[in-house]
Ligand binder design. Structure first.
Ligand code: NAD
Length: 356
């Protein structure tokens, strides 16, 4: 018998192609009529399209979302929501835009409809990270969990190929760590395996044929599955390292996940054999002699994604400090967290070494 605890999260999920046309109905279903639309400067067109679609049900568009959810940006957006009398939020974009929606919801309790256009998975989690005075803090509260997730494959067609790959590997990282999480459970294991295989098989097809709707749909489904894993169970070494590298060394989010993941898997492999074999199976390599860590490294490299922290602009002289931070606060992880081993992991990731 495998005893477990599973906390299901509330939320409505709509998945399909062209589904953003359902936005007006979803706003009405929430009992709302004054949506504030959120996006980034780069996705202004999507924000304006949503406003046109919502017609009289939208009171404004804010394209102020930026990386790391800075508190000053949130405060201006809360002011705008109050001034416009908004009664709900519609966030269209990746983790940065969804982060802004969550930050506003945290302060106002406004219900959120999110339309994710990357594979980062924030839409499915009760987690929010915010930055103030250069310091990023994370909290977990149901107040930030979006009420409705509206996945529309057509809105992911514009995601640039490089980001398709790094964002896809960002999603796979959630499922990998869910499989060896201390609070893993059969429900999430199953979603994690589906998520890994959906994304791993669809990325090469998307890179070869960016317009392939089936592959884009497979990847987006995988993103939902992996995001659900992130929202449901605790993460470990890989997420801690990426948080440290992003927060303290300002490295880009999905690219950092892409570089670190093979090394985190290799570090944990001797202590999580069942999970690692499930990951290898989901990647389709368990009978090939290739390890799960090598398969992830090869997938990233073959699709042109970065494989070294050096490429992302990290300085070699910062590796010791990164190892100190990563070893400082203990957290659950299959393999013991030893400072020298973590330093070696970071050195290998910095150099872009293929795991042995
Ligand atoms: P992002 O949201 O920062 O997007 C990167 C850029 O790509 C932006 O300019 C965006 O407008 C653009 N973009 C997004 N989708 C596009 C599309 N379909 N077509 C064209 N351009 C598009 O990137 P991200 O990786 O999705 O999110 C990263 C952020 O999300 C980080 O701050 C991270 O901490 C956060 N995050 C939070 C959670 C959580 O659970 N709280 C989970 C994952 C990520």
């Amino acid at each position: 018998m495998r005893p477990f605890v599973y906390n299901a999260l509330p939320g409505r999920v709509i998945f399909g192609n062209g589904t953003h046309s359902q936005l007006p109905d979803e706003v009405k279903k929430l009992g709302c009529s004054k949506a504030l639309i959120l996006t980034t400067p780069q996705q202004t067109k999507e924000g304006d399209n949503a406003r046109a679609l919502l017609n009289g049900l939208a009171v404004g568009v804010s394209n102020s979302a930026v990386m790391h959810t800075p508190v000053d940006v949130t405060e201006s957006a809360v002011e705008l929501a109050t001034k416009l009398g908004a009664d709900c939020l519609v966030a269209i974009g990746g983790g940065s835009t969804i982060g802004l929606g969550k930050a506003i919801a945290l302060r106002t309790d406004l219900p959120q409809i999110v339309v994710p256009t990357t594979y980062a998975g924030s839409e499915a989690t009760p987690i929010i990270g915010q930055t103030e005075n250069g310091h990023k803090t994370t909290q977990k509260t149901l107040k930030v969990l979006p009420e409705v997730i509206l996945y529309d494959v057509s809105l992911t067609l514009t995601l640039p190929p490089k980001m398709v790959v790094t964002s896809g590997l960002n999603a796979i990282a959630h499922a990998v760590e869910a499989l060896y999480s201390t609070d893993s459970n059969p429900m999430i294991d199953s979603l994690a395996e589906q998520g890994i295989s959906s994304i791993a098989r669809s990325l090469p097809t998307i890179i070869a044929s960016p317009e392939d709707l089936e592959a884009r749909s497979d990847a987006l489904f995988g993103a939902w599955a992996c995001g659900t894993c992130l929202g449901a169970v605790g993460m470990a070494l890989h997420h801690k390292l990426c948080h440290t590298l992003g927060g303290s060394f300002n490295l880009p989010h999905s690219e950092t996940h892409t570089v670190v993941l093979p090394h985190a898997i290799a570090y944990n492999a001797p202590y999580a054999s069942q999970a690692i074999s499930a990951i290898a199976k989901a990647l389709g390599v368990n009978d090939t002699g290739k390890s799960a860590a090598q398969a992830i490294f090869d997938l990233a490299q073959s699709l042109g994604a970065p494989v070294s922290l050096q490429e992302l602009g990290m300085r070699e002289e910062d590796l010791d400090r990164a190892a100190d931070i990563a070893a400082s606060n203990p957290y659950p992880n299959p393999a013991p967290l030893e400072r020298e081993k973590l330093r070696k992991l970071l050195g290998d990731a910095w150099a872009g070494k293929r795991p042995e």
